[in-house]
Design a protein around this ligand. Structure first.
Ligand SMILES: [Zn+2]
Length: 172
């Protein structure tokens, strides 16, 4: 009986890991997926490695889910054209065309470059009910998404500047 169960588990896990590469990557019940188990191409590093690669500010936000103080970040009022990439792994996250002035003091976007490039998860920390936004490639915490954004999506991706790196478009 145990063997059968074990085999079933293995099959079930295989199926779910295949399915997760295409459809929804949002973990069920807020459970954190282990990236190694889901996709080979995920960036998997130890906290020690991340600490060496990231600045203390980047580490505090990306790995410890911190939040930079509003109106202090590099990009909150930036109007430069380009692609905002994950500062930790270079994954393309947001296009400057979808950036808008939210008045919050953090860079705000109404949609990611591609739905698959970010992941979301329920976040009930600090007595609030929010939706956390993470880089789908390396798991870096980016910020939160709120349902009070502008058209066409009605979403507001509220992202820490320090988690982003703007890849500027060449003028002209
Ligand atoms: Zn990343």
């Amino acid at each position: 009986m145990f063997k059968i169960y074990e085999r079933w588990m293995r099959i079930n896990c295989d199926v779910s890991s295949v399915a997760s590469t295409s459809a929804s990557r949002v973990p069920v019940n807020g459970a954190r997926l282990k990236y190694n188990d889901v996709m080979d191409k995920k960036v998997e590093k130890t906290e020690e490695e991340w600490k060496k690669e990231l600045t203390p500010e980047q580490y505090a936000v990306c790995r410890e889910k911190g939040t930079e103080r509003p109106f202090t970040g590099e990009y909150y009022k930036s109007k430069e054209s380009g692609t905002y990439k994950c500062v930790a792994c270079g994954n393309e996250l947001f296009d400057s065309n979808t950036k808008f002035e939210s008045g919050t003091g953090w860079p705000s976007f109404y949609q990611p470059i591609a739905a698959d490039n970010v992941e979301t998860e329920d976040d009930t920390s600090y007595g609030m009910r929010r939706t956390e936004v993470m880089c789908s490639h390396c798991g870096a915490h980016l910020g939160h998404v709120f349902p009070d954004g502008p058209r066409p999506t009605g979403l507001r991706y509220c992202i820490n500047s320090v988690a982003l790196k703007l890849d500027k478009k060449n003028a002209g």
